[in-house]
Design a protein around this ligand. Structure first.
Ligand code: FAD
Length: 308
């Protein structure tokens, strides 16, 4: 068996692999797509010590760093179930194989919920974006929309209002769902317009970038369009935890894996890191730190529980 088996090969999984391997213990990584969300990212400008890079380069660097150690990388392997059998944790892959390990680190990340309207997929990273912390500065002096009036949408609109020329926030429902204090702040900003009962129906582009969006007023049925350069979709982040159903690993109401400050889950020997967990602020630098924490947590568990 492995000493540490990591499920997921994004920033969190890669950091966990490096930290575990450096302890000289038997380490494996099973990942559906090594690199994770970083592979879908254009520019990265907030990973401290690297002023500017792009997602593809960053993913290659992650893999090269892991490969510098004796780590068994199993790429394009999807985990489908986890269970504890005696002293070992078993992870079953879609291929039918079962991997056994004394400890497991779950780092399966998350994905942004999308609107599913024409133009959204086509203009992703060409004006359609999901991350104000990452891409806000790219729209300096321009007009943007934020889709979603929950906490993350309203926070994004407040954040962006300080960076871009103008923000239009569109909420499907008849009212915003964000905390009152956020809504007050939002309404105090001169360069933000809020539209409720607004159903986005299309992202419009010129073939290479976003130029606007269309929405339907759900009260009157009228169609409208807005000229803008960026659309920030903030309608939820979905953690990749469906495969853990029945495993005993405790999830929050949003489906995130509940971890303590050591990265420990509710199942002894099972740790978690990155966007898949309850830890707030889903960012690379945070996922990497959590990956290190989970690996050190798992190592602590091993030296307390397994024979030398
Ligand atoms: P992920 O990167 O999601 O990796 C998850 C890994 O688990 C992948 O290898 C995946 O294939 C694998 N996996 C999932 N399910 C299974 C399964 N069942 N079995 C096996 N493997 C599985 N953050 C920044 O800090 N700066 C930025 O500029 C930035 N820009 C972004 C731009 C975009 C378009 C997106 C989508 C995100 C961006 N982020 C940015 C956020 C950042 O990418 C994430 O916070 C980070 O990748 C999280 O790392 P992770 O390892 O937790 O998860």
């Amino acid at each position: 068996p492995f000493d540490v088996l990591i499920v997921g090969g994004g920033p969190a999984g890669a950091a966990a692999a490096v930290y575990a391997a450096r302890k000289g213990i038997r380490t494996g990584v099973a990942a559906e797509r090594f690199g994770g969300q970083v592979l879908d990212t254009l520019g990265i400008e907030n990973y401290i010590s690297i002023k500017e890079t792009d997602g593809a380069k960053f993913a290659v660097a992650l893999e090269e760093h892991v490969k510098a150690y004796d780590v068994d990388i199993m790429n394009m392997q999807r985990a489908e179930a986890l269970k504890v059998e005696g002293d070992l944790v078993e992870v079953t892959l879609a291929s039918g194989a079962t991997l056994k390990s004394k400890s497991v680190i779950l780092a399966t990340g998350a994905r942004w919920r999308d609107m599913n309207v024409p133009g959204e997929a086509e203009y992703r990273t060409k004006g359609v974006t999901y991350c104000p912390h990452c891409d806000g500065p790219l729209f300096k002096g321009k007009k943007v929309a934020v889709i979603g009036g929950g906490n993350s949408g309203v926070e994004a609109a407040i954040d962006l209002a300080g960076v871009v020329d103008h923000v239009t926030l569109l909420e499907f429902d008849s009212q915003l769902r964000a905390d009152a204090v956020l809504q007050r702040k939002l309404h105090s900003l001169p360069n933000v317009k809020v539209l409720v009962n607004a159903q986005t129906t299309e992202v419009k582009g010129d073939g290479s970038k976003v130029v606007g969006l269309a929405y339907k007023d759900r009260k009157t049925g009228e169609l409208h369009s807005i000229d803008l350069s960026g659309v920030f979709v903030q309608i939820g982040l979905v953690p990749n935890t469906a495969w853990l159903k029945g495993s005993g690993v405790e999830l929050s109401p949003r489906g995130e894996i509940i971890v303590n400050t050591h990265g420990q889950t509710s199942v002894p020997g099972v740790y978690a890191a990155g966007d898949v967990t309850t830890v707030p602020y889903k960012q690379i630098v945070i996922a990497v730190g959590q990956g290190a924490t989970a690996a050190l947590g798992a190592f602590d568990h091993l030296i307390r529980t397994s024979a030398p």
